[in-house]
Write a new protein. Sequence first.
Length: 412
Amino acid sequence: MDNLLSKIEAQLPPEVVGLLRTAGEMAQREGQRLYLVGGVVRDLLLGRPNLDLDLVVQGDAPRLARLLAKASGEKPVVHSQFGTGKFRHGSLSIDVATARSETYPRPGALPVVTPATIEDDLLRRDFTINAMAIDLGVASFGQLLDPCGGRSDLEQRLIRILHDGSFVDDATRILRALRYEQRLRFRLEERTEKLLCQHATMLDTISGDRIRHELELNLMEDHPERVLRRAVELGVLQAIHPSLRGNGWLAQRFQHARQLGPPDPALYLLLLVYHLGDDDLEEVALRLNVSGQVRRSMRQVQRLRQALDALTEPDLPRSGIHRLLKAYSPAAVTACALACDSPVTRSRLMLYLDELRHVKPCLDGDDLKRLGLQPGPPLGRMLQALLRAKLDGKVSSRKEEEALVRQRLRHN
Ligand code: CTP
């Protein structure tokens, strides 16, 4: 059996190694066996940083989580009905779960779980590379448990499911497979790829919230365009909704989005639905059960896309650009700036985002009242006139704004 002690000590900070040792000892005193599992084991073997600690105990996870939290001077969060617990240790958040096996009463349903051995717990998982554990027992600290050949698949850079029914049991694994494949630059093992394509329609068994969650996780990857391109290649995106595309156009827009600012999954989602017609957009929003706010942003993007022609007018003043765009959220304007093909339109959208939307007159409503305006619509119109004048460079100081107000009052 492989011992990963040297990898653990080389890659994890000493206080994390100390915590794992203490946790293992504590479990052993309780007559329980404790393991580090899942993504952190995979990443340890790959030499990728990961401090997302998932522990599995053959025993009573809520009780162990309470003991460990107490030792760290923290309060645990315990879900006795699920046999899980969570606690903090400094900046880390550590999950503890009771080893369990799972059966799926029907495709896509949440599994029925029963307490089980660590081997059973590994066998219920998604891919071989995620189905490894490290023993934290005192004498066996660092021993690798690898019942499915995960280490060999890591070496061969393969994503492989554990059994033929895996995607049918839980079709979210389809999106997870693509995420790992692209993140790690691995390949889907041949049979896994075949079954993934064959079972893509099983995504229909997954609720909108779960599909959206997985899609959002994919959009949080460093290169989500790669995941989407692959999803189209394998018929996965079409299985979510036939109108969705993940082509070169989208890839280019995602890359530009990252040049404009930090990666933003919400913006990627708006770009993904940019070209959709009304009906398709509503269907996608419904399928993903997006929040009211996201749905409003999607609709805004669509409305603005249809109104972009007005922004190409040759002598459009800055106040005109402002007037055309002020009803739209910055997210919608950003999405259209990234997506539109006309350089003039794009530069005007960017001008609005970077500059025009922040412009405010120096005078406010109270100043206008002092200058003799009554509260009500005329005062509102005066503020608008001041904003237009400022945007178009006709006034550039408080004094000039006051002069403009007086002049307009004289003419009325
Ligand atoms: N898992 C699974 N099937 C799922 C979701 C999760 O088998 N549908 C298992 C995998 O063993 C996975 C572990 O639960 O490694 C933890 O899940 P998650 O935190 O989503 O994945 P990580 O492997 O930690 O991956 P990431 O690096 O993306 O967080």
